[in-house]
Design a protein around this ligand. Structure first.
Ligand SMILES: [Zn+2]
Length: 98
């Protein structure tokens, strides 16, 4: 069953960062979660990191392609980073003066 929430629990941010797996600068999708910190996913190889630790790789066939495609789509959808919008999202998530 799909649960539809009225607001995204994760805030996506576009970044160009060095990927430890690709060993070069890549489009990296940063997804911020109010209570869990952020997850970074490489749009090229699909690897992701949470708090500097690489998350477990799936053993599903073709997961890299799938993860990379998903990250790329979200990276593109994230648009230009807006610090004010990010802060507003964070405040709403944490219930701080929303
Ligand atoms: Zn990579």
């Amino acid at each position: 069953m799909n649960v539809i929430v009225c607001r995204a629990r994760r805030y996506s941010i576009r970044r160009i960062l060095r990927c430890a797996t690709c060993k070069t600068q890549r489009r990296m999708l940063v997804q911020d979660e109010a209570w869990y910190g952020s997850t970074i996913t490489c749009c090229h190889c699909g690897d992701s990191w949470q708090d500097g630790e690489r998350t477990l790789r799936s053993n599903k066939r073709g997961w890299r392609k799938e993860a990379a495609a998903k990250a790329t789509a979200e990276w593109l959808a994230a648009g230009t980073y807006d610090p004010a919008a990010h802060e507003a999202w964070f405040r709403a998530e944490t219930g701080d003066g929303a």
